[in-house]
Ligand binder design. Structure first.
Ligand code: AMP
Length: 363
């Protein structure tokens, strides 16, 4: 079976009753405000939910319909796809949807109309493709080291796959790299194969800003929707200890996201933020058409030279969007009302339906 073609999706969309569209997603990640925002824009909503995990959706009352599944990954099963299509569903992808359904199945088997660009999801998941998107337009990113023997300053070492920051470590010499790898092997956090695939990059000593944009394909405009900063275990717990204790306990920190804080940037940094967002949208249009339609996020660190350095991107709704379920400082400036990312997505779909341009925002 080959990749799903846009034409196949458009044929399904043609059969939909456009007055009865349902916005659906997997119950996890950023689904609460997606469904809530869809209701605010007047849509029916459906949550595809793993049995036993439905409490938040029922308590907050964000879903009109529940499709219960045994395991998250079942969202891509044929019978669930049929149920979604029978409800005239447009599915909104997010980080958990991509992780559980799997890129191969999303590209080859998931024949339900989705918001955004399904082909770009692979670009954020694979580090070399992600770097290509950034390098294409001279976006400042951490310097990459091709071999541990080259380490000449503090570096961050990362491993492939969705480990959520577990096992990342900092080293400042080849010897320290080897020592830390040995200790990680002893904990079974990495094996020999992982070591060969370690990604080594400059450690950026700076503050974390995850900048959330929405690219409107209808208006050809990049909108700054909000900014968050990560709250990560165990590093954010460790730094609360006095330095002396940190040395004595000799803990190896991990960088597992447990939550997010809303933040704003120095106003003088905003031109850089917009510039990088615009460049990324341009690069994506060229490299993986139609581009970064919909929500995307640049995870950045800002150093004391006031450089905004991008270390990661999300080419779909990012978890930090949960910090502005009722709007952010920035979405207030643009909309003057509680505009979450979920509501912005639903509004784009609503306008696309009104203009007869759904094909521009669906894949
Ligand atoms: P990631 O899984 O790539 O999102 O990274 C998890 C966390 O590791 C980030 O939120 C940062 O706290 C930290 N981090 C990642 N890359 C770097 C870097 N190049 N320099 C400093 N810290 C980093």
């Amino acid at each position: 079976m080959g990749k799903i073609k846009k034409q196949d999706i458009l044929e399904i969309l043609n059969k939909y009753d456009k007055d009865e569209i349902t916005i659906a997603t997997l119950g996890s990640h950023t689904s609460l405000h997606m469904l809530n925002g869809a209701k605010e824009e007047g849509f029916n909503t459906a949550v595809v939910c793993q049995k036993g995990r439905d409490t938040p959706y029922r308590r907050f009352g964000v879903a009109d319909e529940y499709i219960m599944i045994d395991e998250y990954k079942d969202i891509a099963n044929e019978d669930i796809q049929e149920k979604l299509k029978n409800m005239n569903s447009i599915v909104i992808p997010h980080g958990s949807f991509v992780a559980y359904a799997g890129l191969d199945r999303i590209e080859d088997e998931f024949l339900v109309p989705m918001f955004g660009n399904r082909d770009i999801l692979r670009w954020e998941a694979e580090r070399t493709l992600e770097r290509q998107l950034l390098v294409e337009n001279d976006i400042r990113l951490p310097i990459k080291y091709n071999d541990p023997s080259e380490i000449d300053r503090a570096v961050m070492v990362k491993f492939p796959g969705a480990r959520g920051g577990r096992g990342f470590f900092v080293a400042s010499s080849p010897e320290e790299f080897d020592k830390k790898i040995e200790s990680m092997k002893a904990r079974n956090w990495v094996d020999e194969e992982d070591v060969g695939m370690a990604h080594i990059e400059e450690y950026v000593s700076g503050c974390n800003y995850c900048i959330h944009f929405f690219y409107s394909a209808l208006n050809d405009e990049v909108e700054l929707m909000g900014i968050d900063s990560r709250y990560e275990s165990s590093i954010d717990g460790i730094v609360r200890m006095p330095a002396q204790d940190q040395l004595e306990v000799d803990l190896s920190p991990s960088y597992v996201i447990t939550g997010n804080h809303p933040v704003v940037m120095r106003e003088s940094l905003l031109p850089q933020a917009f510039d990088i967002g615009d460049k990324l949208v341009d690069a994506a249009k060229k490299l993986v058409a139609p581009g970064l339609n919909g929500p995307f996020c640049m995870q950045t660190l800002v150093n004391d030279n006031l450089e905004v350095i991008v270390f990661e991107i999300s080419a779909r709704s990012d978890g930090g969007n949960n910090t502005f379920m009722n709007g952010s400082a920035y979405s207030y400036l643009k909309y003057g009302e509680g505009m979450s990312m979920g509501r912005r997505i639903a509004r784009e779909i609503k306008i696309a339906i009104e203009k007869g341009e759904l094909d521009k925002v669906i894949t």
